[in-house]
Design a protein around this ligand. Sequence first.
Ligand SMILES: [Zn+2]
Ligand SMILES: [Zn+2]
Length: 107
Amino acid sequence: MHSKARLNITVNKSVLDEAKKAAERKNVTISRAVENFLRFFAKPEVYCFKCGEKFSSEEAKLCPKCGWMICPECGVCRCNLSEDVAIAVFHMRRVYEDLLAGRVKQS
Ligand SMILES: [Zn+2]
Ligand SMILES: [Zn+2]
């Protein structure tokens, strides 16, 4: 069952104005956009950079050697990547971390 709850939040006005414009362009409501974000915030899911499998960061194990999440499907972590690829993945993951206001998964 998915009952709805009301959320009263206060945000920066210009942020909200920009978000409303973006929501209009994407044809989604602000409520829907916030709900999507909150779902991700509470239970972040990531795609494996090797096999593409989607997995929950909460359930993923961290590699004791490199400190990255290990894909539960193919078992890949940073240890299996070349330096160039590891750097690219590291920087892309920072987008998540900015969104989540912290690490995707902490050791
Ligand atoms: Zn994988
Ligand atoms: Zn590793």
